[in-house]
Ligand binder design. Structure first.
Ligand code: 5GP
Length: 141
C-alpha cells in the first residue's frame, strides 16, 4: 500500500502557480516544463494536471494523455537539440527512485557518447533553463 496523493507536493504547487518553473507547453490535461536539475541539456518533465502520485494510482486515461504529451515533447526535444536519441524515464515510490510524488515522465535528449549526469544533481542556471524551454517551445510550432 502506497501513501495517498499529497496536494502540497512541489509539482502540485507548480501547477497552481505557487512556485515558478520554466514552462514549455500545456493543454487541457497535461503540462511540460524544464527539470531544475537536468541529467542532460534539454531534460524536461511531463505531468498530468489531475492529481496522481505515480503510475500505480493513475487511471488509464491520465496515463494516456501524459504519454501523448511525452510523444509531442519528445519529438520537439529531438528537433530542438538535433539529438541522436531520447531517454524517457518514470520512477515509482522511493524504492523505485521517485523523489517528487506527483506523476511525471522525464524526457531527456541524448547524444552519442554523452553519459547522463547524476539524478537530482546540480541545479542548472535559470537563464539556461529559460533558453532551453524557449528552444523546445519553438520546435513545437
Ligand atoms: P523523480 O521523482 O522522478 O525521482 O525526480 C524528480 C525530478 O524533479 C528530479 O529530476 C528533479 O531534478 C526535479 N525537480 C525537483 N524539484 C524541482 C523543482 O522545484 N522544479 C523543477 N522544475 N524540477 C524539480
Amino acid at each position: 500500500m502506497t501513501d495517498a496523493y499529497d496536494n502540497d507536493n512541489i509539482f502540485a504547487k507548480i501547477l497552481r502557480g505557487e512556485i515558478p518553473c520554466h514552462k514549455i507547453y500545456e493543454d487541457e490535461h497535461t503540462f511540460a516544463f524544464m527539470d531544475i536539475m537536468p541529467r542532460g541539456d534539454g531534460h524536461c518533465l511531463v505531468i498530468p494536471k489531475m492529481p496522481a502520485r505515480n503510475l500505480l494510482d493513475a487511471d488509464i486515461e491520465t496515463l494516456g494523455v501524459v504519454q501523448a504529451t511525452v510523444k509531442k515533447i519528445g519529438t520537439a526535444v529531438m528537433k530542438a537539440f538535433s539529438a541522436d536519441g531520447l531517454t524517457v524515464q518514470q520512477f515509482n515510490e522511493p524504492a523505485g527512485g521517485q523523489v517528487v510524488f506527483h506523476l511525471h515522465v522525464h524526457v531527456i535528449p541524448r547524444f552519442d557518447g554523452v553519459k547522463l549526469r547524476p539524478h537530482t544533481g546540480d541545479m542548472e542556471k535559470p537563464e539556461i533553463l529559460a533558453e532551453n524551454a524557449e528552444k523546445i517551445s519553438a520546435a513545437l510550432k
